[in-house]
Design a protein around this ligand. Structure first.
Ligand SMILES: Cc1cc2nc3c(=O)[nH]c(=O)nc-3n(C[C@H](O)[C@H](O)[C@H](O)COP(=O)(O)OP(=O)(O)OC[C@H]3O[C@@H](n4cnc5c(N)ncnc54)[C@H](O)[C@@H]3O)c2cc1C
Length: 341
């Protein structure tokens, strides 16, 4: 394992900007690299992406490996996985981090499988520590602790990859803050792949952007819809509240499972992690599976008719009452839409 060194982050972007989740992971990657005394490197694939290199350096990349190639214009799973695997084989980083986004979740397992190493998906934290394998009499220093909720969120497990390299993890977007800029003297390496490295037999016919999908992660105010909303009538009222507050709707899993709101709205262990200024939990009990997604919220206000609901312990402010009575009054006070109810 001694010839593996460095922390790598796979950079996601939309062609114009580096994704927020990449910057979040870079902040953590920087911290891990400093503790290990190694460099932070970022891999950037795409077409016309050279302008984005500057951002990566501003946020602390010591090295940026860029492949700016027309054939990389669209994300294609097999092609990207093959090229990234090849790059990792060449440079042998000890840690490789991906966002647990659609792309990251697609790419990371293929790369890990090709490299015959492990992968911990959906980490909520990362750390560095030691491990002693008493059975085998081996001791490992400064390995990656990959921290994930397990057993339905009831325990938090620390997973390690002592016998294989690189140690690969996907990290849930929204878990870490975007770091302060940390400008250094990042080096840029242009990567040219040989023709044998490409696996480019997919033709992209059309691309449609889903703007809605990132709305929740960016929202400053989120109105969370729980089972207490009792169906579409409740969703309508809460949507008006979200609009009145200049926010957007999130939801618990049963609400999404019931088809009341789309999957993109789901917050929690199997949904999204959000960090709004205000999370207004309406008719939500506060199950651990859900709360894990809102622990980064600055202020949580709960509207719930049961004072014994666990959300009442977790919230900063609690309104004990029926949402069908409280929310219309709130809308009236906010001076918007109240008359439409
Ligand atoms: C492996 C696994 C993963 C999961 N992942 C997720 C996840 O990612 N996200 C998620 O959200 N859940 C997830 N769940 C489900 C989770 O455990 C809870 O079941 C779910 O979060 C509960 O949703 P809820 O709070 O809307 O409903 P409930 O627990 O039924 O709570 C409804 C609340 O509404 C209140 N209420 C009822 N009527 C009113 C009213 N008129 N006015 C005010 N209050 C009212 C009640 O007092 C109650 O507190 C997962 C479960 C498992 C097993």
């Amino acid at each position: 394992m001694k010839d593996y060194s460095g922390v790598w982050v796979y950079a996601e972007h939309d062609g114009n900007a580096i994704s927020r989740s990449t910057l979040e992971i870079m902040g953590k990657g920087r911290e891990l690299a400093s503790r290990l005394g190694v460099e932070l490197s970022v891999v950037l694939f795409g077409y016309g992406v050279s302008d984005l290199v500057e951002t990566l350096i501003e946020y602390g990349a010591d090295n940026v490996y860029v492949s700016d190639d027309e054939r990389l214009k669209y994300y294609k799973t097999l092609n990207y996985a093959k090229l990234l695997t090849e790059l990792i084989r060449r440079h042998r980083p000890e840690i490789v981090l991906f966002a647990a986004s659609y792309k990251g979740r697609d790419l990371a397992p293929r790369v890990a499988a090709s490299l015959r190493t492990g992968l911990t998906a959906n980490c909520i934290d990362l750390d560095i520590g030691d491990f002693e394998d008493r059975e085998k009499g081996e001791r490992f220093e400064k390995i990656l602790y990959q921290i994930v909720p397990a057993y339905g969120g009831n325990v938090v497990a620390t997973i390690i990859t002592p016998y294989h390299r690189p140690q690969i993890a996907t990290v849930r977007p929204g878990n870490f803050q975007v770091p302060e800029k940390f400008p250094g003297k990042g080096k840029v390496f242009q990567i040219n792949f040989g023709s044998e490295d490409w696996d480019d037999d997919v033709e992209v016919l059309e691309v449609e952007r889903d703007e809605e999908d990132s709305k929740l992660e960016k929202a400053r105010v989120i109105v969370g819809v729980g089972v207490g909303a009792r169906g579409s009538e409740g969703v309508k009222i809460l949507k008006r509240l979200a609009e009145a507050l200049g926010g957007t709707l999130g939801a618990t899993r049963p609400v999404v499972d019931a088809g009341l709101l789309p999957h993109e709205c789901m917050i929690g262990e199997t949904g999204k992690v959000v960090r709004p200024e205000l999370y207004l939990a309406c008719g939500i009990s506060g199950a651990a599976h859900h709360m894990i997604g809102v622990r980064g919220a600055k202020v949580i206000i709960a509207i719930n008719k049961d004072p014994k609901s666990p959300i009442c312990e977790a919230a900063d402010y609690i309104v004990i009452g029926d949402i069908f009575e409280v929310v219309p009054k709130l809308l009236e006070k906010l001076g918007k839409h109240g008359d439409a109810l």
